[in-house]
Write a protein that binds this ligand. Structure first.
Ligand code: AMP
Ligand code: TRP
Length: 327
């Protein structure tokens, strides 16, 4: 059976792009493949975090993933720092990666140009990500386009290690969502909806009230020719609304366009569809939020399942490298 691994950082608020572009897909995939999903709190440490906020947002992200539909009986949902093998294999991956190849990572170049304090961890971040993936012999890694280069690096590191020390790791491949699942900013529909947007007017947050969702969609940027059709280049705003409506109702954006002659009804229906998608998720989230101990219990089950496999892989790597066994 295919094995899938993906990770998500517990920083920033979860938005509609994360839900439609990543989480909904994960929920489907858990039924198709043996899936592991990880809240990557160690990755968050590459940038200084407020401790209370990190703790809160890690728990909240796990609750959101459960609310969206990850089922801990079916998949393995866990927190990265609960499985110490991630940090250990990350060291081995740092010693497998070349300084030059890490320097060529575009995410590092972008982030380090913007950050005041550039930690060594920000530089070696892809080695930790490689460890995450390789520990579980993952075949597929569903990610957004921005992570493509990191998964390519993971493949290179696995192949290099295997060539030097003998077959140890499964070489994974990245998989990408259908293009329709890319959600754009409502105020600036040529940019991706993102937690780092300048204003939240163009971003629908998972936990936004229905009224706020309606208001944001009503105010979404469109254009003046009042023609409803899916054409990303000529009509980015309208196309984004069609993608959102389509994704929420299980249709292609082209199909979602049928029957509309004006922007008003399209906006009302898109808002209604988003609210219909998010309301039950929000309700489940509120239940989980009321009982943090239950979430911690579910995460411990996930960590135990993950640890078992991670320990076996790390033992293989240690042995291949010639690290002396403990008597
Ligand atoms: P990020 O919020 O950038 O850490 O992304 C977490 C996950 O959500 C990744 O798998 C991204 O590819 C996905 N994602 C983030 N923003 C969007 C978006 N605007 N549209 C679709 N998917 C997104
Ligand atoms: N780097 C990814 C991101 O920022 C998160 C991540 C960490 C990840 N480890 C992973 C994704 C392993 C896939 C597989 O989105």
């Amino acid at each position: 059976m295919t094995r899938v691994f993906s990770g998500i950082q517990p920083t920033g608020d979860v938005h509609l792009g994360n839900v439609l572009g990543a989480m909904v897909r994960w929920v489907d995939e858990q039924h198709r493949a043996e899936s592991l999903y990880c809240v990557v709190d160690l990755h968050a440490l590459t940038i200084p975090q407020d401790p209370a906020e990190l703790r809160r947002s890690s728990l909240r992200l796990a609750q959101i993933l459960l609310a969206v539909g990850l089922d801990p009986e079916i998949c393995t949902l866990f927190v990265q720092s609960h499985v110490h093998e991630h940090a250990e294999l990350a060291w081995i991956m740092q010693c497998t990666a070349a300084h030059g190849e890490l320097s060529r990572m575009t995410q590092f170049k972008d982030k380090s140009a913007r950050a005041g304090f550039v930690s060594a961890g920000l530089f070696t971040y892809p080695a930790l990500m490689a460890a995450d993936i390789l520990l579980y012999d993952a075949d597929e890694v569903p990610v957004g386009d921005d992570q493509r280069q990191h998964v390519e690096l993971t493949r290179d590191l696995a192949e290099r290690f295997n060539a030097r020390y003998g077959a140890t790791f499964t070489v994974p491949r990245a998989t990408f969502p259908a293009s329709g699942a890319r959600v754009m900013d409502l105020q600036d529909p040529t940019s991706k909806m993102s937690k780092s947007a300048a204003s939240t007017a163009g971003t629908i947050l998972l936990l936004d009230e229905p009224k706020a969702i309606e208001k944001k969609i009503k105010r979404a940027v469109t254009d003046n020719d009042a023609d409803v059709r899916f054409d990303v280049a000529a009509k980015p705003g309208v196309s984004n609304l069609l993608s959102i409506l389509g994704a929420c109702t299980g249709r292609s954006p082209e199909d979602a366009a049928a029957g509309y002659e004006q922007y008003g009804p399209l906006k009302s229906d898109a808002a209604a569809a988003v609210i219909e998608l998010l309301e039950p998720i929000q309700a489940r989230f509120r239940e989980l939020e009321a009982d943090p101990a239950e979430t911690l219990r579910l995460l411990a089950i996930g960590a135990n399942k993950a640890s078992e496999r991670a320990a076996a892989t790390l033992a293989r790597a240690r042995d291949a490298l010639g690290l002396l066994e403990r008597g």
